[in-house]
Design a protein around this ligand. Structure first.
Ligand code: HEM
Length: 397
């Protein structure tokens, strides 16, 4: 069993693919796009166990000998080698995480939530009247705007630059396939972030960029990378969390009615979406610092890469039984690992959950008769094995 290599089949639903991997063993070898072989972990208990295990590192430079064999053009390489909190190990991770944690206080969260609450009505009114017959893309026109603006607010970007900053963030995450254009986009985004850091050195505010700009232990590169990794974590996942929740609620109108009537809290819809339709499906990569024996004849060897199937954990029948594959905001046990677990547990989790809860409540209270404008099966999945979502979700107001 340990020597089989399973393809990651991107043409099938990510969920049926991970169900196949979960059934095959506590960890199974998969071939990632680009030909890299990694261990895939998709069972809930193993995901929790291994994210708590100090024998797995996220530091490719230090703990992945196979990095030398990966072609430089492999699209994941920059993401894996950036020396940010996400790819740091041990004391280095504790240092970077400790600094960034100070930006996510309860007071700052409350302020960000208040500001979002103030912006939401204007955004919703601009879409037009309920029943106007207009169609919007809930992902790009709503969820993505909210996620990006919340980051602008967290970073302390002046409001008049939010539009430009949102564009730069999107280009940073999805650069042009044309290398020269991509290089310009990368430079624009990093210049904008470096400029923000230096402006906070002159005129401090109460935001993440100020905290980073004032910490003397950080290098300038680490300051910018802390913002880059916050964009990578804080833009796509909340976008897909809000979008996937809208898709599931519009596909289950009785559950939406229970939310609108106040019989179920909006936070339950957010948790059930994380369990059933997690925005982060697979998180690359971790590397074994020592051999790890998982039982059932499976041994992850020192230096082997491991990919965490965080999205699969919430659908594990060992935890959720026969109803694991059913979206149900009423279920009591919504256990999942969609936000990770252990030392790399999502730093933005409280902010992301609050943002999604406020966005969904405001959207459905403003447009209680919202409808999907296309069948869900006709919507294209995102062309990636990392994120789980749809490229666009047209809805009729
Ligand atoms: C609400 C939807 C979100 C989901 C589903 C999500 C998912 C995750 C997951 C699964 C991890 C763990 C990665 C690992 O262990 O390999 C993670 C880490 C991280 N997330 Fe999130 N995230 C969300 C929101 C956010 C937000 C709003 C931010 C920033 C404002 C953010 C920033 C980060 C950062 C910086 C890390 C790395 C933490 C570390 O390595 O110590 N995330 N996220």
């Amino acid at each position: 069993m340990t020597t089989d290599v399973h393809p990651l089949d991107l043409t099938r639903s990510l969920h049926s693919d991970t169900a196949r991997l979960r059934a095959a063993g506590p960890a199974v070898r998969v071939e990632l796009p680009g030909g890299v072989i990694a261990w895939s972990v998709t069972r809930y208990e193993k995901l929790r166990e291994l994210t708590e295990d100090g024998r797995l590192s996220r530091d490719a430079q230090q703990h992945w000998p196979g990095l030398a064999d990966v072609p430089e053009s492999w699209p994941l390489t920059p993401f894996l080698i950036q020396p940010s909190v996400l790819n740091a190990y041990g004391a280095d991770h504790r240092r970077l995480r400790g600094i960034m944690d100070t930006a996510f206080t309860a007071d700052r969260l409350a302020k960000l939530a208040d500001n979002l609450g103030d912006r939401l009505p204007t955004l919703l009114v601009a879409f037009g009247a309920p029943g106007s017959g207009r169609i919007i893309d809930i992902r790009q026109d709503f969820a993505q705007v909210i996620a990006a603006e919340t980051l602008c607010d967290l970073f302390g970007i002046p409001k008049e630059q939010w539009h430009e900053a949102r564009q730069a963030m999107l280009e940073l995450l999805n650069p042009s396939s044309e290398p020269e254009t991509a290089a310009v986009q990368l430079k624009n985004a990093t210049d904008l972030l470096a400029g923000l850091i230096s402006s906070k050195q002159q005129a401090p505010g109460s935001d993440l960029a100020t905290i980073l700009s004032q910490d003397p232990s950080l290098t300038d590169e680490e300051r910018v990378l802390a913002l880059v990794v916050t964009i990578a974590g804080g833009l796509p996942a909340p976008t897909d969390l809000i979008t996937n929740a809208v898709v599931n609620l519009l596909s289950n109108p009785a559950q939406l009615t229970a939310l609108l009537d106040g019989a179920v809290e909006w936070s339950e819809a957010v948790e059930e979406t994380l369990r059933f339709d997690s925005p982060v499906q697979h998180m690359p990569l971790r590397y074994a610092v020592h051999d790890i024996d998982l039982g059932d004849g499976v041994v992850i060897r020192r230096g082997d890469p491991v990919i965490m199937g965080f999205g699969a954990g919430g659908r594990d029948p060992q935890v959720h039984g026969d109803t694991a594959e059913t979206f149900d905001v009423h279920r009591l046990n919504k256990a999942h690992v969609a936000l990770g677990h252990g030392v790399h547990y999502c730093i933005g989790a409280p902010l992301g959950l609050l943002t999604a809860r406020l966005a969904l409540a405001a959207l459905f209270q403003h447009f209680p008769h919202l409808k999907l404008a296309e069948p869900v099966d006709a919507m294209s999945p995102l062309p990636t094995f990392i994120f789980n979502g749809k490229t666009r979700v047209p809805v009729l107001l």
